[in-house]
Design a protein around this ligand. Structure first.
Ligand code: AKG
Ligand code: FE2
Length: 527
């Protein structure tokens, strides 16, 4: 699960550096051996040519006769020994040992990294060939991908039953392969790509194209057993579809290719097609509140009646009126953020979500990050931050959860969700007797180069991470019901790392600070 946070990916670079050194050593020893053999061969060739120019004269000389005999006995045995001795063994053994001491990614990591890349491609509408060329918004974003890299990404998509991306990346692999100079280590052939393409195209609902590709494949490999079987299958399928059309008198205009149908995407939860569209638009910064609405939003200094804040008031910026969402600027000092990150690093675990039925904590594709919890009592710095949270919210911190520190790697995200437990998730905070999560304070502990906004899916509002700021909103209505309008998500990180910390404040202890009411009345909250 290394791919879930950037912090741990750094260790992989160290692993790679050790592997490179080992490979360098291996090559050096092999080269030494080969150059020794080459010297011997040159010497033998020279002597042999000499002898061959006048064989009788050569062998009649006793010294030559001795040397020839020696060459073919002890000397040649030396050559055989050299050839036999495998100088690679030690280096191979090193590799086995490294497995135990160094950090290595697993196949699951490879899959996770691939899925993350594809998620970014979707969310930020990146076109396949630009990604393959390492280009992002016209600038060089990373190294170029080889045809092999593209093929592997296509294969990963295929394994995940993601035929849409299989087609995109297999096509890219093919066109890259045609551009590249002939490569001896190429891991795939044209026929391999055609096979993946044909089957995925069929799965995407286009049988005709699948048949065309299969025929192309059979031209390359006429005896390909599976392809022959598929060809018969596709032909039957096409005939069957024609038959069906005829029976229905259907002119085919209302037929929708399967790829356009809404598909359940596991990593954005239960979003419908429309919600998913607006979520992604928000992430891209394409959906904004109207200028009229923006004009109504204010900034001000606040003291919240806290005497201490009279000395240094908080800087509040309104992000949304109803529900009320605010940003506090300079809510955390650099030194605090540095310490919090340092404390969290060694404790990072893959973030979990609560199963709404069983209440159990489990990992899920729709939340990809690493997180750790810090107790208030652990360090005076944490206690200070918690006190500031109390000042910012006017709420009691007794029932609040520990500070949750989160680090998102490239592609890390959290799909649209509510911070409060819904009725059907009643078990979530049961037993703690602290009530539901009444409010959220979300500290941004890093800038994010590209992507990584917090977006409120139904409010046309996106908060862009800015180091040191904190967002604050109430999750519950006055009557304790969850405010569905607070649904929000963490967009995937496109470049850079994202660090945040969450302070979730609970209902218990707020009875006098935010008295409840009989009906939902969310507009009266004043800071
Ligand atoms: O990281 C973000 O922007 C939001 C995180 C969030 O919503 C959560 O952890 O509940
Ligand atoms: Fe959240």
């Amino acid at each position: 699960e290394l791919y879930t946070a950037l912090a741990e990916m750094e260790e992989l670079l160290e692993t790679e550096s050790v592997l490179i050194t080992n490979l360098e050593g291996y090559i050096r020893v092999q080269e030494d051996k080969l150059s020794l053999l080459k010297n011997k061969m040159d010497e033998y060739q020279r002597e042999h040519a000499d002898a061959a120019s006048d064989i009788t004269a050569y062998v009649s000389n006793p010294i030559n006769a001795y040397l020839l005999t020696k060459r073919l006995t002890t000397d040649w045995r030396q050559v055989e020994n050299l050839m036999e001795h495998d100088v690679g063994t030690d280096f191979l053994q090193n590799l086995t040992q490294y497995r135990n001491v160094l950090k290595f990614p697993s196949d699951e990591d490879l899959n996770g990294a691939a899925v993350a890349l594809l998620r970014l491609q979707d969310t930020y509408q990146l076109d396949t060939s630009s990604v393959a060329r390492g280009k992002l918004n016209g600038i060089q974003y990373s190294t170029e991908m080889s045809s092999d890299d593209c093929f592997e990404l296509g294969r990963q998509s295929y394994v995940n039953n993601d035929y849409h991306h299989t087609v995109l990346w297999m096509n890219e692999a093919m066109s890259r392969m045609l551009e590249e100079p002939l490569n001896q280590t190429q891991t795939f052939t044209r026929a391999d790509v055609l096979e993946y393409l044909a089957f995925s195209t069929y799965k995407e609902g286009n049988v005709e194209s699948a048949l065309v590709m299969t025929n192309e494949l059979l031209q390359l490999l006429p005896n390909h057993e599976r392809a022959n079987g598929n060809k018969r299958f596709y032909e039957k399928e096409i005939a069957h579809q024609k038959e069906m059309k005829k029976m229905k008198g259907d002119d085919g205009t209302d037929e929708m290719p399967v790829s356009d149908l809404p598909v359940a995407r596991s990593d954005t939860g239960e979003l419908g097609v429309k919600e998913r569209k607006s979520y992604e638009m928000l992430c891209r910064g394409e959906l904004k509140p109207s200028p009229t609405y923006m004009r109504s939003l204010r900034c001000r200094y606040v003291t919240n009646n806290v005497p201490f804040l009279r000395l240094g008031p908080l800087k509040l910026e309104e992000a949304h009126k109803d529900p009320y969402i605010v940003i506090y600027h300079d809510a955390m000092y650099d030194s605090e953020m540095d310490l919090i990150k340092r404390m969290a690093r060694p404790r990072f675990r893959r973030a979990t979500v609560q199963n709404s039925v069983t209440g159990a904590l489990e990992t899920a594709n729709y939340r990809i990050s690493k997180s750790a919890w810090l107790k208030t009592e652990e360090d005076s710095v944490i206690a200070k931050v918690v006190q500031r949270t109390a000042d910012m919210t006017g709420l009691d911190m007794e029932s609040a959860e520990e500070l949750q520190v989160v680090n998102y790697g490239i592609g890390g995200h959290y799909a649209p969700h509510f911070d409060f437990a819904r009725r059907e998730e009643k078990r979530a905070f049961e037993g703690l007797n602290l009530g539901n999560r009444i409010a959220t304070v979300l500290f941004y502990m890093s800038d994010v180069e590209q992507g990584g906004a917090t977006v409120f899916t139904t409010l046309r509002t996106a908060l862009w991470p800015k180091r040191g700021t904190a967002a604050f909103w109430m999750n519950l209505h006055r009557d304790g019901e969850g405010d569905k309008r607070t649904q929000h998500a963490a967009c995937p990180v496109l470049t850079g790392t994202k660090w945040v910390s969450n302070k979730w404040i609970h209902e218990r202890g707020q009875e006098f600070r935010r008295p409840c009411a009989l009906n939902e009345d969310s507009g009266d909250f004043a800071i």
